[in-house]
Write a protein that binds this ligand. Structure first.
Ligand SMILES: [Cu+2]
Length: 526
């Protein structure tokens, strides 16, 4: 299937039935080739249900050729939902019953993860262990929880291919509208979805094989795209705008700053914060979302800048011993060993040296890519005074006194083995790592003993960050991803509510997840 940018910009207009035009950015109403790097948003997927309270969507995962603006003449060979990159946006309401029909037209298994949504991890819910084989169509059915208005996303979670499928383009956004969406100060503020997703394609449009360095660091594509466009220009005449920032990259961190302007955070992963707060920069690790307000000081352009951030990348942020860490021959660049628990004899010293030969690679990256200005905000209106909201939500802080269980999860890695793990155990879907009781609160101490940052993600139940290196967080917010820096300790409080069953927690650098940095938590009734 081949859908060019021209085709899906046109489709965008058609898919937006039911969304008020006032909430649309100017650019999405226009169509045509995006040669001038115009900011566009992915199409909103049509709700095929006419039953009140029920939303029904059809998603088809397939290999697709997509024309990327700024890559003249090259059609990227991606994997997409409904032929669209980024994937179409699902717009739903709190309390809605949702049905998603996922058709797998790929030549490999896949499944669907509803990142951040508090829904059952079993059956037809957000079941990370489900397998949808090539040619199969699967039904996902769940309800959108109350008080969950915010920005979420969906992507494959099939262990074995999750990193490759996400990197190749399989991801889309879920926007939940709810009672808090009508806060007077926010109601008339135009909001724009800003999906940060990088890519790497060669001159023929193919995604190159992962290098050993990609597996170590988490893959970063040198093409930094926002909603599928390089350095887009978002033009607006609104003095106050809301950006829904969503990092849908499989390995890239974004350390964002707006030239000459601060940003006001109004929502985190799990919805609105109690008290909006101003920041000069914002780190978005893979999987994280922040909604921010930008109050333009005057007419003109503001650059959104991706600043350097050292997260311990081998070869880039820390020096490496080429022969030990990466290998300097290029006989079989790109191939990687199976996870250590499947390796058997290969884990012996002899096996290791032959593995290192096998792993040699020629193109080692020594400089970061994708830094500098990645987008322009262009304010064409006139200055008016705009009031920012003060208190907008009433999240109750979880009380450490209610903790029934305290656990330590140590982040561990053996870099030369490309082995990433929690408490020295690589992922095994048949092992339960943590057994938790429904209707209890636990404190998890995340202790990063490794040399890299890792973004820690928990499925099913959002958490509150309690303390970082012993320093208490200023206000309770709902998060489902938290970055844990190298040698840092982060304490999180997790309530196990509403759902029993097996679910997972993992590093959201998906190469690390694939190499073992994932665990199983089973929630049972008391
Ligand atoms: Cu990691």
């Amino acid at each position: 299937m081949e859908i060019s940018r021209r085709r899906f910009v046109t489709l965008s207009g058609l898919g937006l039935v039911g969304i008020s035009l006032a909430s649309l950015p100017q650019s999405i109403k226009q169509s045509g080739d995006n040669t001038n790097n115009q900011f566009i948003q992915p199409l909103s997927l049509k709700n095929e249900s006419n039953q009140p309270g029920l939303a029904e969507f059809f998603l088809k995962a397939s290999s697709s050729k997509v024309k990327l603006p700024g890559k003249e003449g090259i059609k990227a060979e991606l994997m997409t939902y409904n032929g669209s990159f980024p994937g179409p946006t699902l717009r739903v309401k709190e309390g809605d019953r949702i049905r998603i029909h996922l058709q797998n037209d790929l030549d490999q298994p896949t499944n669907l993860h509803l990142h951040g949504l508090h829904v059952s991890p079993e059956g037809q819910g957000d079941n990370p262990l489900r397998v949808i084989k090539p040619g199969q169509t699967a039904l996902y059915e769940f309800s959108i929880p109350k008080n969950s208005a915010g920005t979420y996303w969906y992507h494959p979670h099939y262990h074995g291919n999750s990193n490759a499928q996400l990197f190749a383009g399989l991801a889309g956004t879920i926007i939940v509208e709810g009672s808090l969406s009508t806060i007077p100060e926010l109601r008339n503020v135009p909001d724009y979805l800003v999906i940060l997703k990088d890519l790497e394609v060669d001159t023929t449009g193919k995604i190159p094989t992962l290098t050993r360095q990609d597996w170590m660091n988490g893959r970063e594509g040198s093409l930094v795209l926002i909603n599928g466009v390089t350095k887009p220009i978002l033009q607006t005449d609104a003095k106050l705008v809301r950006l829904r920032l969503s990092n849908q990259s499989s390995g890239r961190y974004y350390n964002l700053k707006l030239a000459g302007h601060s940003m006001t955070v109004v929502a985190t992963d799990g919805g609105f914060v109690n008290t909006p707060y101003s920041v000069d920069s914002l780190l978005l690790t893979p999987g994280e979302r922040y909604e921010v307000l930008v109050n333009f000081k005057q007419m003109g352009d503001i650059a959104l800048i991706n600043m350097p951030y050292a997260r311990g990348r081998t070869g880039i942020d820390q020096s490496m011993n080429m022969s030990d860490d990466i290998g300097d021959d290029s006989t079989m660049g790109g191939s990687i060993p199976p996870p250590a628990h499947q390796m058997g004899n290969m884990a012996s010293p002899d096996g290791l040296s032959s593995m290192n030969n096998m792993l040699g690679m020629s193109n080692v990256r020594k400089q970061p890519t994708g830094e500098g200005s990645i987008m322009t905000l262009r304010f064409t209106g006139s200055s008016r005074t705009v009031s920012l909201p003060r208190r907008i939500n009433s999240i109750q802080a979880l009380n450490p006194k209610d903790i029934v269980q305290k656990r330590t999860i140590k982040f561990t890695e053996v870099m030369e083995m490309l082995s990433f793990s929690f408490n020295d155990k690589e992922f095994d879907r048949n092992r339960v790592d943590i057994r938790s009781k429904l209707d209890t609160v636990e404190l998890w101490e995340l202790l990063n003993d490794s040399d890299m940052d890792h973004p820690f993600h928990v499925h099913t139940n959002a958490f509150q960050v309690y303390a970082r290196n012993g320093k208490l967080e200023p206000q309770p917010t709902w998060k489902d991803v938290v970055n844990v820096k190298s040698k840092e300790t982060v304490q999180i409080l997790i309530p196990f509510a509403d759902f029993t069953g097996k679910t997972v927690f993992h590093c959201h650098v998906l190469e690390h997840e694939e190499r073992g940095m994932m665990g199983v938590v089973e929630i049972t009734t008391a």
